[in-house]
Design a binder for this molecule. Structure first.
Ligand code: DOR
Length: 451
């Protein structure tokens, strides 16, 4: 964080009240005025005319692979991708090696991130059948608890009902979960035999598997009156369950479930192998409608890198997961240019909603008193995504070859420019998020951005 005064002049800023051309004054890493004079005294003036200023994105689902799997990614390389992609805060998942299922493992990650991460960070604590005390003690460290109700990459899995009941009953942190029903997935797999192709991934991890587990988790949350966030909704069938889940329930969708479908397997093969799997083209369309209708609150990446070599193994040996932090915001800015959503919605999905769900103090909005975590985007800039230009370690993108219009050009974390015109600063470091779960509270759209 810098003691400098910085004036961002002439940007079209996405404020809680909507889009307005204004001047933003920053002091000591915080926004101190949103309607500053264009002549306000400042140590640095950023001429942002022609650019849009958004609150920095908060990606509440990334897998950065450190410790243990750092040939795929580490906290530093993941954070470089965030900075370039307009993500100023990430919340990272516990399926590393060792898993993040103790307070000691959590403290290790926070310590490591403070040394290497260019953007702000938080780490979830992972649930097992036997670590309830750790989940309780983690309430001052983690933004939330992650449960793999269905198995995915790694061996974290809590499928047993009594263990799930205990976690929802005896912990206080908000819970999020990977919802795919293990029994259904195993039965589908057994029914398909051994001659499998990548198309079978969406038959094994089918819509029914997602729906059963999502309903099961929502039922637990409702009965135990526990805040619960459904990660990566992938099917149209889940939409009513999350939309009508009530005040304890929020949900998110990821770009691969919106922009890819089973129709893309012939073209992209295991590059789009993800858990939950991509579904039918109509699921993707209905997820878009649910997002724009406010039935799903958050867009997150589920950035889950594997090397291209690992991905090239034949299915089912190929691992599930794809990298996305660098390109996610641009994918949505491009959609805004195409008229499918607007900038206020993007700020709500990627900044304001995750900040409110996880109770992130000072995050998610361009408003006085909030942290100066900001991204300047050029809505006219056109760029083709290329594997050779990816900053994250795996060095590829499933969107390679696509030309998008609308890109982040400058990212500020705590008022410091961490990314500018293709380059990430070497020396700046982000900070741990501070969570006030009382502030996160229950979900209400009433005081959201643009509402
Ligand atoms: O496809 C996936 N890969 N889904 C997950 O939930 C985990 C992730 C990973 O860590 O590779």
């Amino acid at each position: 964080m810098t003691n400098k005064r910085i004036l961002i002049r002439g940007a079209a800023a996405v404020l809680p009240s909507g889009l307005a051309r204004t001047n933003i004054l920053i002091d000591s890493g915080k926004i101190i005025a949103v309607d500053a004079s264009s002549n306000a005294a400042a140590d640095e003036i950023i001429d942002a005319s022609g650019l849009v200023l958004l609150p920095g994105a908060i990606d509440d689902q990334v897998h950065f692979r450190e410790p243990g799997l750092t040939h795929k990614e580490d906290i530093e390389t993941g954070s470089l991708g965030c900075a370039a992609g307009g993500i100023t805060t990430f919340l990272e998942m516990p399926n590393t090696n060792p898993t993040t299922t103790t307070c000691e493992a959590l403290r290790w990650k926070y310590h490591r991130a403070a040394q290497v991460s260019r953007v702000n960070f938080g780490f979830y604590v992972g649930a097992t059948e036997f670590n309830i005390e750790e989940l309780q003690k983690a309430s001052t460290l983690a933004p939330g608890i992650k449960i793999f109700i269905g198995s995915s990459t790694g061996d974290l899995l809590v499928d047993e009902q009594s263990a799930l009941e205990r976690i929802f009953a005896e912990t206080t942190l908000p819970i999020c979960a990977h919802c795919e029903d293990e029994t259904t997935v195993r039965a589908n797999r057994a029914a398909l035999g051994d001659e499998l192709t990548i198309h079978d991934h969406s038959r094994i991890r089918d819509a029914q598997a997602a729906l059963i587990a999502t309903r099961r988790a929502i039922d637990l949350a409702q009965r135990h009156q526990h805040r619960f966030h459904v990660l990566h909704v992938s099917t149209a069938a889940e939409i009513p369950a999350v939309a009508e889940g009530g005040k304890y329930i929020t949900a998110e969708v990821c770009p691969h479930h919106l922009f890819f479908s089973t129709a893309d397997y012939d073209r992209l093969g295991s590059l789009i192998q993800m858990n939950p799997s991509v579904k039918a083209p109509d699921d993707a369309l209905q997820l878009w409608d649910a997002l724009t209708a406010g039935k799903i609150q958050v867009v997150a990446t589920d950035h889950a890198p594997h090397t291209l070599q690992e991905k090239s193994a034949s299915y089912p040996k190929s691992p599930s997961g794809l990298p996305a932090v660098e390109n996610c915001m641009a994918l949505f800015l491009n959609q805004a240019n195409l008229g499918k959503c607007d900038l206020t919605q993007i700020a709500s999905w990627m900044s304001d909603a995750p900040a409110r769900i996880w109770g992130l103090v000072g995050k998610g909005r361009i408003a006085v008193g909030y942290d100066a975590d900001l991204v300047l985007v050029d809505m006219q800039r056109e760029k083709t995504i290329r594997n050779s230009e990816q900053l994250t370690r795996s060095g590829w993108s499933p969107w390679a070859g696509e030309t998008l219009r609308g890109w982040p050009v400058r990212t500020l974390v705590g008022g410091e420019t961490v990314f500018r015109d293709g380059h990430v600063d070497k020396f700046l470091r982000g900070r741990a998020v501070v969570c006030d779960h009382a502030r996160g509270g229950f979900w209400s759209t009433r005081d959201g951005i643009g509402l």
